[in-house]
Design a protein around this ligand. Structure first.
Ligand SMILES: [Zn+2]
Length: 315
């Protein structure tokens, strides 16, 4: 199927027998807070991917898929408040997580060096306007809102950020760990090609009581470290990709009590919709895949991951 055709199709709704939560997604919030629903869409979130799916349609599909709630993540200065506003507007279906993304942490320190991904990262006005400390202080202020249920995503990204940005990322990660502990909120960690340093910083600072590796990408050995500490692994679409046997091995060694499900939409659409635009309701495909891998009935697995979600986020 041509790319052009794919752009115009979203995954079918897979109706789960029992309700679950997409514990990490990005609902685009580029519209003005309080703007009419149809002014917000998923389509612009990934340039060139997907025709607009309005927030209202997205929420309808969540209901149809039996995805009872989503945690939408705002992780740069301009998206912090709008994500909280969305949770305020739809409190039954949406909650918020906020933080300064590790790649943004480097930009707040003025580091624009090209990383392993080979892409240029220019500074946006807010990177100049806010120091890293000021940006994290803004997160700290806003995170006191009751609609914020987690600090995230924070952590380390050695793929998109060059060596020169590592120090800023580590400092930012430490600040967010302390903030999560202070506010007694769970922590959602972004760990891209930085497994050892993520684990080290967590050990050094002392992890928050509820710690989640969002879009977990480690191997079985790392999964054992998580299990030893009682840290959670949230699996997204990549679990379903044929090449990712290492990730499935990690999934297999984790106790069921530490497993969560997410989309990280608009990225990482699960099989069989890989290559199509992702959206939170498609978490149903990942949950169904997890149940199969686990060899348990789908309803039973939905109840398991939903109980884990309540344990972590209280929602
Ligand atoms: Zn994310």
């Amino acid at each position: 199927m041509s790319h052009k055709k794919k752009r115009h199709v979203y995954p079918d709704v897979l109706a789960l027998p029992r309700p679950v939560v997409d514990n990490h997604t990005h609902i685009p919030v580029h519209g003005e807070p309080g703007a009419a629903d149809d002014q917000r869409d998923y389509g612009d979130a990934v340039e060139g991917q997907g025709r607009p799916l309005t927030v209202r349609t997205a929420l309808e599909r969540l209901r149809a898929a039996n995805v009872r709630r989503v945690i939408t993540c705002g992780c740069e200065v301009p998206t912090l408040e709008p994500n909280i506003a969305l949770a305020r507007q739809y409190p039954d279906q949406v909650a918020a997580a906020i933080a300064i993304h590790p790649n943004d942490a480097a930009l707040h320190r003025g580091v624009t060096d090209v990383g392993a991904d080979g892409m240029e990262h220019g500074l946006d006005p807010w990177h100049r306007e806010y120091s890293l400390e000021d940006a994290v202080a803004l997160v700290a202020d806003l995170a006191r809102d009751p609609h914020v249920v987690a600090i995230g995503e924070t952590g380390l990204d050695y793929f998109r950020t060059a060596d020169a940005g590592k120090a800023a990322q580590i400092e930012s990660f430490r600040m967010h760990i302390e903030l999560a502990k202070e506010l007694e909120l769970p922590l959602q960690i972004h760990d891209r090609e930085a497994h050892a340093d993520c684990l080290r910083v967590l050990e050094e600072c002392g992890a928050p009581e509820r710690t989640v590796f969002h879009c977990f990408s480690g191997d079985a050995e790392m999964a054992r470290v998580l299990a030893d500490h009682g840290w959670y692994a949230s699996f997204a679409g990549p679990l379903t990709y044929p090449a990712n046997e290492t990730l499935r091995e990690a999934f297999r060694v984790l106790p069921s009590e530490l497993i969560l499900a997410e989309t990280d939409a608009p990225y990482l659409t699960p099989v069989p919709w890989r290559g199509y635009p992702n959206a939170a309701y498609a978490v149903a495909y990942t949950v169904a895949f997890q149940a199969q891998l686990r060899g348990v009935a789908l309803a039973e697995w939905c109840d398991r991951v939903d109980a884990n979600t309540r344990e972590v986020y209280g929602i």
